[in-house]
Design a protein around this ligand. Structure first.
Ligand SMILES: [Zn+2]
Length: 190
């Protein structure tokens, strides 16, 4: 199990996932400003010849570094649109018939078809099963009386980080969920 560490900037904004080794480097370079996780992962070092003991380093699962991530606000706040992340956003559910499918049976549907000037952006794409996608074809929903079961939206960075890591620890998930956008389906009902 390769647990990833959630890296934050000093203001607590999520920056990205890093490996345990990269996390260890932050500790060694004294770049960890504060910790927010409830768990630690232990990284073992070599054995001491003198004492026979093994060194280790405990790395918190959520660490804030001393630096501000300057690029964070200006760019990269919205994750790239890939089918993998799109299906994940929509929980592998066809947004027309509401059934869940495996990857191979799902497609990216453009609500406003590309042929009619629709854009390939998060707000205009939904997960659709092959059958619904074929039925819809190049029509507008109003023309063929189809309805979306949820409105498409662009995930913010925190949600993007949830969508890209399948092995999120409970404390990391709880932290990120408080920072997902208003329209997100991952938002916890308060
Ligand atoms: Zn469908």
């Amino acid at each position: 199990m390769n647990t990833l560490i959630l890296k934050l900037d000093i203001a607590g904004q999520p920056v990205g996932w890093i490996s345990r080794e990269e996390g260890a480097l932050l500790y060694c370079r004294d770049q960890v400003a504060w910790e927010a996780g409830e768990q630690v992962v232990r990284l073992h070092g070599g054995e001491s010849r003198l004492t026979g003991t093994r060194s280790f380093l405990d790395i918190n699962t959520i660490v804030a570094t001393r630096s501000h991530d300057k690029g964070l606000l200006s760019k990269g706040d919205v994750p790239c649109l890939t089918n993998k992340q799109l299906f994940s956003r929509d929980e592998y559910m066809c947004m027309y018939c509401g059934k869940q499918y495996g990857n191979s049976l799902l497609t990216r549907d453009h609500v406003m078809p590309l042929s009619r000037g629709g854009l390939d952006i998060w707000e205009n794409v939904v997960t659709a099963c092959r059958s619904c996608n074929q039925t819809k074809d190049n029509a507008l929903l109003s023309e063929i009386n189809m309805k979306l079961i949820a409105v498409p939206y662009a995930p913010n960075r925190a949600e993007g980080l949830i969508l890209t890591n399948r092995r999120i620890l409970a404390d990391q998930m709880a932290f990120l969920k408080t920072r997902v956008g208003k329209g997100s389906r991952l938002r916890v009902a308060a």
